[in-house]
Ligand binder design. Structure first.
Ligand code: HAM
Length: 421
C-alpha cells in the first residue's frame, strides 16, 4: 500500500471555515493601500534567478540557502519568488514605469517560497501583502508607507504590535561605518562561523541572539550614530512626519533585516503574541535595487506583511475577524417538488445579491436542519410536502426562533427583505 499524499513539508492547506479569516485578514491589510492610491500589480510567481540573486543579495540566507531554484525544460534557471519586491522592481524597469509620474505606487498579494526550517509561523510557502512606492526619495513618502502598514494592523483590531524603526544609512556613510564595525568585531572573542558571517555582512552579528555574543556587543558602534548629514536629516524628517501622523515607534538601532537591499529608513512590525517568529511585517527604503536590476538610479520604499503570521496574531489577541462568513438565507426542501422550488429560489436570491444555499443529496429533515444551522443563515425556509399542498413555505428567523407560513409566490420577496433588516 502506498503512503497517502500530503501537503509538502512546511506547507499547509487553508480550509473553510478558517479560510474566511485568512481572506478577511488579507483584504483588511490591502484596504489602506487601495485608499491611498496604490495600484494593483501581478507578477509571475517565478522569475529568472538573477532577479533575486542580484536583487535580494548574494550573501543573504534567502539567496544562498532558501531559494527554490530549478532549470525549466528550456534550460533557463528560474526561481520561485522568495519575496515580492525584486519582481515588482523588475516589472517597473521592464515597463519603463519610471518614465511616468513619480512616485509609482504599487501593491500586490500572493505566494512566496523559502526553503526554511518549518516551525510555528515559519513556512516554506506563505502569503505576503506587498507594497512599494518607487522613484522618489521624499521622507514624507517613507512616513506614508510605514503609516499604511500600521493602519492595516489597526483596522484588524490588533493592539499588541510594535513598530521597530531605524536608519541603515546609505552609500555615503555605510562603508565608513562598516569599517568601524569590522574593526570592533575583530577584537572580540568570536567563533569561526561568526567570523565568517562578520566578513560577509558584519551587521548580521549585531543581530546574533546568543548571550555570549550579545554580552560583547554593548559598546558596538551603531549605524544611527554615524549617519551622514543628509541621511540624518532624512531620518529626522521621517520621524517628524510619523509623529504628525500619530504613529508611535521604537528606535531599533540594532535592527537587521534578512535582505541586503535596504538603505536609510528600515523597519519591522513585531507582535508580542507569536513567540520566536514575531515579525508580522517588515520593509524599508532601497537606493540600489533598481540599478542592481539594470534600471535607472532611482530609490524606492515598501514593506511586506506576512498574511499567515498576521492571522496568528489576530488569533493570539482573540479577535473574531471574518468568523461569520456564511450565507444569509438557507432553503430546506423536503421531497422532489419542493426541491425544484428550493433550487429556483436559491438561484433567484443569489441573482439578487443575497448569499443563499440549500442542501444537496438526500439528507432528511434532521440532516438538512443541521446544514441550515451550520450555514450561518439568519433566515431559513423549510418547504415540506404538506406546505406545498397548501402553497406555503415556513420562514424561520434563526435569531429569534420565530416562524410563520409565507405563500410560495412571496417567499423570494420576503426573504430578500428580511435578510436586509
Ligand atoms: P521579509 O521581512 O523577508 O521582507 O518578509 C516580510 C514578512 O513576510 C515577514 O515579516 C513575515 O511576516 C513574512 N514571512 C517571511 N518569511 C516567512 C515564512 N517563512 N513563513 C511565514 N511568513 C514569512 C520582505 O520580504 C521584503 N520584500 C519586504 C519589503 C518590501 N521591503 C521593501 N519592500
Amino acid at each position: 500500500m502506498s503512503a497517502g499524499l500530503t501537503a509538502p513539508k512546511g506547507t499547509f492547506d487553508t480550509l473553510p471555515p478558517d479560510s474566511a479569516r485568512f481572506l478577511a485578514v488579507r483584504d483588511t491589510l490591502t484596504a489602506p493601500l487601495r485608499r491611498a492610491g496604490y495600484g494593483y500589480v501581478e507578477t509571475p510567481v517565478f522569475e529568472e534567478t538573477a532577479v533575486f540573486s542580484r536583487g535580494v543579495g548574494e550573501s543573504t540566507d534567502v539567496v544562498t540557502k532558501e531559494m527554490y531554484t530549478f532549470a525549466d525544460r528550456g534550460g533557463r534557471s528560474l526561481t520561485l519568488r522568495p519575496e515580492l519586491t525584486a519582481g515588482l522592481m523588475r516589472a517597473f524597469i521592464e515597463h519603463r514605469l519610471h518614465d511616468g509620474a513619480l512616485p509609482v505606487k504599487l501593491w500586490t498579494v500572493g505566494s512566496a517560497f523559502r526553503y526554511e526550517r518549518p516551525q510555528a509561523g515559519r513556512y516554506r510557502h506563505f502569503t505576503q501583502v506587498d507594497m512599494e512606492a518607487l522613484g522618489t526619495d521624499d521622507p514624507a513618502l517613507d512616513a506614508e508607507v510605514v503609516a499604511l502598514g500600521v493602519q492595516g494592523f489597526r483596522d484588524l483590531g490588533l493592539t499588541d504590535f510594535e513598530l521597530l524603526l531605524t536608519s541603515l544609512g546609505d552609500a555615503t556613510c555605510r562603508p565608513q561605518y562598516r569599517e568601524l564595525l569590522v574593526a570592533y568585531l575583530d577584537k572580540l572573542d568570536l567563533d569561526e562561523e561568526t567570523r565568517r558571517r562578520a566578513a560577509i555582512n558584519p551587521l548580521r552579528v549585531l543581530d546574533d541572539k546568543r548571550p555570549e555574543v550579545q554580552a560583547q556587543l554593548d559598546d558596538a558602534p551603531l549605524m544611527v550614530d554615524h549617519l551622514s548629514d543628509t541621511t540624518r536629516a532624512h531620518y529626522d524628517a521621517v520621524r517628524q512626519h510619523l509623529t504628525d501622523l500619530g504613529v508611535p515607534w521604537t528606535e531599533a538601532p540594532r535592527l537587521v533585516r534578512g535582505l541586503d537591499y535596504y538603505t536609510k529608513t528600515t523597519f519591522e512590525f513585531v507582535h508580542s503574541g507569536l513567540g520566536a517568529q514575531s515579525a508580522i511585517g517588515g520593509g524599508g527604503r532601497y537606493d540600489g535595487l533598481s540599478a542592481a536590476l539594470g534600471g535607472p538610479d532611482v530609490s524606492g520604499i515598501g514593506y511586506a506583511v506576512g498574511v499567515d503570521r498576521t492571522l496568528l496574531a489576530v488569533q493570539a489577541e482573540g479577535l473574531d475577524i471574518g468568523a461569520t462568513a456564511g450565507v444569509q438565507a438557507f432553503v430546506v426542501p423536503l421531497g422532489a417538488e419542493a426541491k425544484r422550488l428550493a433550487v429556483r429560489l436559491v438561484g433567484q436570491l443569489r441573482q439578487a445579491g443575497v448569499a443563499a444555499d440549500t442542501v444537496y443529496g438526500d439528507r432528511g429533515l434532521k440532516g438538512a436542519m443541521k446544514a441550515a444551522d451550520r450555514s450561518g443563515a439568519t433566515h431559513v425556509v423549510v418547504v415540506g410536502e404538506r406546505d406545498l399542498a397548501e402553497g406555503v413555505g415556513q420562514l424561520k428567523d434563526m435569531r429569534t426562533g420565530e416562524q410563520h407560513a409565507v405563500p410560495v409566490g412571496e417567499l423570494f420577496q420576503r426573504l430578500r427583505e428580511s435578510v436586509g433588516e
